[in-house]
Design a protein around this ligand. Structure first.
Ligand code: ARG
Length: 462
């Protein structure tokens, strides 16, 4: 058994069993936090020097070595070892190896409990900003498509049954609105991520004369945690981020579900580019929407990560417990997956053809203008409930006669209601049905174009 001396080994008479090293180590996954760990340590050393807790000379030695460790790690020249347990100890050990005993001063007024939260917050702060950029890029592609498709009508669905005609652009912008809320949720979460935990040490703070404002400024934190116990115990910000990410995934997954249905021969509304689909190993004719299916599938895993985070914390005694090390894999997996899905989805949707002729043709039948006929009767003074019943009877008649609303004569219409006049032919035209919905939030071409312009204005401002 290979056993190494631990930085915390003072009170131990026996060395750690190799199996325990392996079981407890997080270095395998937390090594990706190295840039943040070093960034945090540099700020911490500078603060210690400013407060004369260590000398300026000691600080500059430590900071110099940390910077060279960073360079080596960036170049992939550093060999991580399981005996180092986690990224914090790996870097500290290397620091001491490079500068000698003075390196042991870096961990003054600090514990891994506040250090790991600091690293996680620094990491997540950057990742949230990247995710917001990715969501915005997707929105821009959707708005570009909405502009291209502005004249195209599709059947809108409820219960996956044809309901009312809408602009394809209106449908696309529905997702733009969802993604706007996703961005807002990410940005709101960022406020609670952007808080300095360092200085809380193990849980009770430190008796040394630290100045947390200095550290916060050096690391560009918006706020400083107000309670040292809370600061090391809190993983709300991770949980909240995974919830926000789950909602992004839910929206992507929902969009994917439509694309999957729409790309069936039965629907034929879209054709995803060959470059973004895959084939079957047995059925030569197949072209499968695997990207969309995988995004839908990965969404399940992200929900699992959210459940893991909630469950991880529900029974934990205050304050830090090693259980909390289990926050990292769900967090990293969520960050990687949501970024991956956003960028591949954006590529896929930009490479999808919308079969607008077919969409419009499908919208022509199935009585999608039935509500418009009822609302037309309302304008003639008939109570809506009554109008609903009259149109229901018209539809039943059409089904019996194998006719559509367009093919009924005025005489036939008048058998159901005397008040119907020649205007009815205009009322049931899809274009008119769409453009009649001209209130805020409606699907009228003018309203949709205004929304596109408003979205473009907010992007040109930022
Ligand atoms: N690897 C640990 C984690 O991720 C770092 C903190 C360890 N603290 C401790 N007291 N053992 O949570």
């Amino acid at each position: 058994m290979v056993m190494t001396k631990k930085p915390w080994g003072g009170r131990f008479k026996k060395t750690t069993a190799a199996s325990v090293e392996k079981f407890t180590a997080s270095i395998g996954f937390d090594k990706r936090l190295y840039p943040y760990d070093i960034q945090g340590s540099i700020a911490h050393a500078a603060m210690l020097a400013q407060q004369s807790i260590i000398s300026k000379k000691e600080a500059s030695k430590i900071i110099g070595a940390l910077k060279s460790i960073l360079k080596d790690m960036e170049k992939g020249k550093f060999k991580f070892s399981i005996s180092d347990e986690d990224i914090h100890m790996a870097i500290e050990k290397e620091l001491i190896r490079r500068v000698g005993e003075v390196g042991g001063k870096l961990h003054t007024a600090r514990s891994r409990n506040d250090q790991v939260v600091l690293d996680t917050r620094l990491f997540l702060r950057g990742e949230i900003q990247k995710i917001v950029v990715l969501i915005t890029s997707l929105q821009k592609v959707l708005v570009r498509l909405a502009k291209q498709q502005i004249n195209n009508i599709m059947p809108g669905y409820t219960h996956l049954q044809k309901a009312q005609p809408v602009l394809l652009s209106h449908y696309l912008l529905a997702f733009v609105e969802m993604f706007t809320r996703d961005i807002q949720r990410m940005q709101d979460c960022l406020k609670r991520v952007d808080v300095l935990p360092l200085g809380s040490a193990a849980l009770a703070g430190t008796s040394l004369p630290i100045d947390r404002k200095v550290t916060a400024e050096l690391l560009d934190f918006d706020a400083i945690s107000a309670n040292s116990i809370d600061a090391v115990a809190d993983r709300d910000f991770v949980t909240e981020f995974i919830f926000a990410a789950s909602t992004v995934m839910m929206h992507l997954s929902r969009f994917c579900e439509d694309l999957i249905i729409w790309s069936t021969e039965e629907f034929g509304f879209v054709e995803i580019s060959d470059a973004y689909t895959t084939g079957s190993s047995i059925m030569p004719q197949k072209k499968n929407p695997d990207i969309a299916e995988l995004i839908r599938g990965k969404t399940a895993r992200i929900y699992g990560n959210l459940t893991a985070m909630l469950t991880l914390q529900k029974g934990l005694p205050m304050a830090y417990n090693r259980d909390l090390q289990e926050d990292k894999e769900p967090l990293f997996d969520t960050v990687d997956t949501v970024k991956n899905c956003l960028s591949i989805f954006t590529e896929m949707i930009a490479n999808t053809q919308f079969n607008s002729a077919r969409m419009c043709r499908v919208a022509q039948n199935g009585f999608v203008a039935a509500t418009d006929v009822a609302e037309y009767l309302v304008q003639k003074g008939i109570p809506f409930r009554k109008a609903h019943e009259i149109v229901g009877k018209i539809v039943a008649y059409c089904l019996e006669q194998k006719k559509e609303l367009e093919s009924l004569t005025l005489k036939e219409y008048q058998k159901f209601c005397k008040k119907i006049d020649h205007e009815i032919q205009n009322v049931i035209k899809l274009e008119n049905a769409v453009n009649a919905r001209k209130h805020v939030g409606g699907t009228a071409t003018k309203v949709v174009m205004e929304r596109i312009a408003a979205l473009e204005r907010t992007w040109s401002k930022n």
